[in-house]
Design a protein around this ligand. Sequence first.
Ligand code: PRT
Ligand code: ZN
Length: 225
Amino acid sequence: MSDSKRLKIAVQKKGRLSDDSIALLKAIGIKLQIRDRLLIAHSTNQPIDLLLVRDDDIPGLVMDGVVDMGFIGENELEEKMLERQASKRPAEFQTLRRLDYGGCRLSIAIPNEMKYTGIESLNGTKVATTYPYLLERYFTEQNIDASAVMLTGSVEVAPRAGVADAICDLVSTGATLEANGLREQEVIFESKAVLIQKAQPLSEDKQALINRLLPRIDGVMQAKE
Ligand code: PRT
Ligand code: ZN
C-alpha cells in the first residue's frame, strides 16, 4: 500500500488525456518517474503518487474517495455520475479546474442516406453509443422516443452492421464520421478535460498542497493563451 499521507492523483494510463495531463503536472514542477506497466508512479520532489488507470475508472475512484484527485474528460465524468445516481451509489466530487485540452463533443450522427428533417426524425430509431445515460437524458429532455444501444467500441460501424439506425459518439475533427459515411446532426454535450477532487474533506496538509498547485495550473494555462 502507498502512504496515505501522499496526495493520490488518478491519471489515464494510455490514451488521449495521458500526455497532456502528465505534461501539466510536470509543468507545475512535479517531478515524476513513470515506468511502463506500473499502476503507480511516485513523485520524487512532492508527496504525490499518480495512479495510472483506464479513464473509465477515474470518476468512480474519485467518487468513492479512493484517490484524492483525478484528470478526466467531462463526457466520461458526467456519464459515470448519471450511471451512479441511477444505481444510488455515491456520485459526488468537486471540479477544481476546467482544462485547455481533451476538447470534443458528443454528437448524434446519421448515415448520409438517412432522411433527416429535424430531431423528430430520431423517433423510433435505435442509436448506438458508449454513453447511454447522456443519450437517454437528451432524448428525455427533447421528448424523443428512441432507444440507446450500448456498444463499448466500433460505434461508428453500427449502422452499416445493421445494429443501429444512428450513432452518438465523440467527435473532434469529424474525420471518423466522414470516413464511415455518417453526418453529424445534433451536438448533445461539449466536453473538455477537468481536474476533480473527491467530495470528502482532505487532511490539512493535502488540501494545502492542492491549494499551492492550483495557481500554478492557472499560470501554465494562461501562458499558453
Ligand atoms: O483505454 P482507456 O479506456 O483509458 O481510453 P479510451 O479509449 O476510453 O479513451 P480515449 O483515450 O480515446 O479518450 C479519452 C478522452 O479523450 C475521452 O473520454 C474524451 O474526453 C477525450 N477525447 C477528445 C476524445 C476525442 N477527443 C476523440 N476524438 N475521445 C475519443 N475520440 C474518438 C471518438 O470516439 C472517435 O472514435 O476519436 C474519434 C473521432 O475523432 P475525429 O477527430 O475523427 O472526429
Ligand atoms: Zn475509456
